[in-house]
Design a protein around this ligand. Sequence first.
Ligand code: FMN
Length: 334
Amino acid sequence: MTSEVRLLLAPMEGVVDWVMRDTLSQIGGVDQFVTEFLRVTDKLHPEAVIYRNCPELKTQSRTRHGVPVFVQLLGGQAEPLAANAERAVKLGALGIDLNFGCPAKSVNRHDGGATLLKSSERLYSIVKTVRTAISPEIPVTAKIRLGFDDPGVCIENAQAITEGGASCLTVHCRTKSDGYRPPAYWDWIPRIRESTAIPIVANGEIWNPSDFDRCREVSGCHQFMIGRGAMSNPYIFKQIREHLALGLDQGPSQNSSVYKSWQQTKTLLPGFFEASSLHINEYFAVSRTKQWLRALSLKNSEAKEIFDRLKILRKPLEFRAELETFCANQKTIA
Ligand SMILES: Cc1cc2nc3c(=O)[nH]c(=O)nc-3n(C[C@H](O)[C@H](O)[C@H](O)COP(=O)(O)O)c2cc1C
């Protein structure tokens, strides 16, 4: 039972770059990653741009801990998407994911992301063109929202994506108009599963093992994608696995070691800062570490205290010194 569950980290542009993927794969429990979206207009991206989106291409499209990473493309024109997919595969991508869910106005205005959910024909044509362009053993997957404003289109859209040749479909169970407002409507998934043959990955509002249980029960899925829940608790994947191993009827094991996740996460923050500095620069590292601390603050009061202390610091040297004091040396706030 446990072995058939697959857990994926949600792609999050501006949040989950390779440093975050590397950090989470070090913690463990994730079966697959997807890059932040790479926007495709009418151009073929230079190889350097594709490598920047997915540095793991240089290591067989896997993180240092061996977890596969798919390259996500976003756009509305089938041919350029196919050409960029072909190039990513040539550089070593293990799979291509197509983003049909992005709600950003700037993206939708330029005919990409969730706006494509208004036309199942276009979804079909994009998936089919990309599928045809790359070698059959490389999976093409897709990620949708339930619809642009009408969730009812999800069945037809899922069928079009299946007919186009996608091998797996992630459903973020909200419409574009719903934004990120809870709840996620997992109850659409059984209807999608009934009408399509490919595996469905359930996504939206999984913040802890109890949410996972409910999502699993309602959706009937075996695959789950978690986004913001993993930023506020990077041990969530391990917690879910431990929860599964203990048996679903026992509920989350509050005393288990994985519940000490904040203490463990704290020790990873200085390394995260260093890796982000090396990846881009120290100012970037300050901003990404603050961003992660803010997300961690949602679930932990000590994280919030540290965030409140560090959020005002702008100079990298000062920020790093304080971070190390609070995190690496386990010093508590006076
Ligand atoms: C900051 C942010 C950036 C996101 N970027 C992407 C992206 O690049 N590609 C994508 O398919 N979805 C993106 N998403 C959507 C997430 O992958 C996911 O579908 C959504 O957050 C719902 O899952 P959650 O409730 O577990 O967070 C993004 C979401 C957030 C909050």
